[in-house]
Design a protein around this ligand. Structure first.
Ligand code: NAD
Ligand code: USQ
Length: 415
């Protein structure tokens, strides 16, 4: 029997390829998701550019093509009893936790969306900590955080910790955080709670401050269209890089928000698979809260737009770069130098955007251009300043919004 792992958020963009990748490596994988991401798409009228199959179809097809079994469970991390039962049933060596609301604009739509994001993410993660404590505190937690937890300070960003000298004394402390949104703030709260669990319960944890992930092909997703992972491009869920590539490929303007000096870390989806596998295979020690900055290259938006534009010109397109009024409140010109050596030291062999942009992103986009919805690709609909007055959903769907609000209130009231 292989080593057991649980992948939480296994229906998502990274979670689904990760579940297959670990299964192919010989791990016995339990995959958990509650389908909330698909509900949030229905609620806002958003849709993946690449069609995605149901979890049932994905798992059945994976078994047929690889002869490996992924055990699927529909569990909400906010339902402690169900989560505890799944962790107890599988008793894994490691749990990889992707299962959160991951969009900064979604978290900034309104008070209700900010509350929903933070309840889902922080309460779900806290439930997980309690489930691990109850089942076996030696389970290695591999948790997806984000580089945006740090924000854009005017000093070098270290990997999780910084040594500070103050009034003649010195200590190594968690690096200060200045997050970009209520979503990114939820990750900071998760990080604090995980750090605390390592201190008081001797947990072993790896908190991965991941940059923006791009690309959609892995050796496993490429086996069949029904094993493909999602590709978001609307202004709520689509990252700037995804949006820029589709804008360039479909003859629309590349939309930089503001001056374009905003710098972020980036990595290929295949490198995410490799980093997480490295983390699982080199577990943190008992009591250790290990923090890695998980990205391979950094770019500002102007550089990113130029790179996409050049690649699109090579393919015969003639994209135009425009600067829109920035809907977010963020620094548009700033210093950025984030350390990211820990994963390279453990053996990561990175892919680079300049080598893979055309094959791993632009070609995928071109194959699905007929599915591009110009409304979703266009102007952003959520502004940081408004705090709740935005018309954000493409199709007003009061039934789903009411259903989601009711379930959030139920979670809050039950605490
Ligand atoms: P995603 O939205 O595609 O996938 C997340 C999955 O988690 C979804 O399938 C969703 O249904 C599930 N989920 C959410 N809340 C849940 C709950 N309470 N119970 C059970 N399942 C739940 O997101 P992704 O892009 O695959 O990101 C995965 C993780 O990596 C997230 O935590 C995200 O914050 C982090 N991350 C992503 C990126 C990126 O560029 N995509 C970068 C840095 C960090
Ligand atoms: N931006 C544009 N044009 C667009 C869309 C975005 O200029 O059409 C700008 C934003 O203003 C921002 C930058 O691009 O300055 C990055 O935005 P993004 O949407 O690409 O990424 P972000 O909101 O930071 O979130 C994404 C993922 C999130 C993950 C994060 C990693 O959605 O889950 O945590 O990247 S990081 O940025 O390192 O925090």
């Amino acid at each position: 029997m292989g080593k057991r792992v649980i992948v939480l958020g296994a229906d998502g963009y990274i979670g689904w390829p990760m579940a297959m990748h670990l299964s192919k490596l010989g791990y016995d994988v339990m995959a958990i998701d509650n389908g909330s991401r698909r509900d949030w798409d229905l609620e806002g009228g958003t849709e993946s550019l690449v069609p995605i199959a149901t979890p049932e179809r994905r798992v059945a097809l994976w078994k047929e093509l690889s002869s490996n079994t992924i055990t699927w469970r529909n569990v909400d991390l906010c339902d402690y009893e169900a989560l505890h039962a799944a962790v107890a049933e599988w008793h894994p060596e490691a749990i990889v936790h992707f299962a959160e609301q991951r969009s900064a604009p979604f978290s900034m739509i309104s008070r209700e969306h900010a509350v929903r994001t933070q309840v889902n993410n922080i309460a779900g993660n806290l439930n997980l900590l309690y489930a691990i404590k109850a089942v076996d505190p030696s389970i290695h937690l591999v948790k997806l955080g984000t580089m945006g937890e740090y924000g854009t300070p005017n000093i070098d960003i270290e990997e999780g910790y910084i040594t500070i000298e103050h009034n003649g004394r010195s200590d190594t402390l968690p690096y200060p955080k200045l997050p970009h949104s209520f979503y990114h703030l939820s990750k900071v709260a998760d990080s604090q709670n995980i750090h605390f669990a390592c201190r008081v319960w001797n947990f072993r944890a790896t908190d991965l401050n991941q940059g923006v992930v791009y690309g959609s092909d892995t050796p496993e997703t490429s086996l069949h269209p029904d094993l493909a992972t999602r590709f978001d491009y609307d202004s709520i869920w689509g990252t700037a890089l995804n949006r820029f590539t589709i804008q360039a490929a479909s003859g629309n303007d590349i939309t930089i928000y503001g001056k374009g000096g905003q710098t972020r870390g980036y990595l290929d989806l295949r490198d995410t698979m490799a980093c997480i596998t490295i983390a699982i295979e080199n577990p943190a020690a008992a009591g250790e809260c290990r923090i890695f900055n998980q990205f391979t290259e950094q770019f500002n938006l102007n550089e990113l737009a130029d790179t996409v534009s050049r690649a699109a010109i090579e393919k015969g397109k003639s994209p135009r770069i425009v600067h829109l009024q920035n809907p977010r409140i963020e620094k548009e010109e700033h210093y950025y130098n984030a350390k990211h050596t820990a994963l390279l030291d453990l053996g990561l062999q990175p892919h680079y955007l300049s080598d893979t942009l055309i094959t791993s992103v632009l070609d995928v986009v071109e194959n699905h251009l007929d599915r591009v919805d110009p409304v979703l690709l266009g102007q952003p609909s959520v502004t940081w300043a408004n705090g709740g007055n935005d018309v954000w959903n493409k199709y007003s769907n009061p039934d789903l919004i009411a259903k989601n609000s009711a379930s959030v209130n139920a979670v809050i009231n039950s605490r």
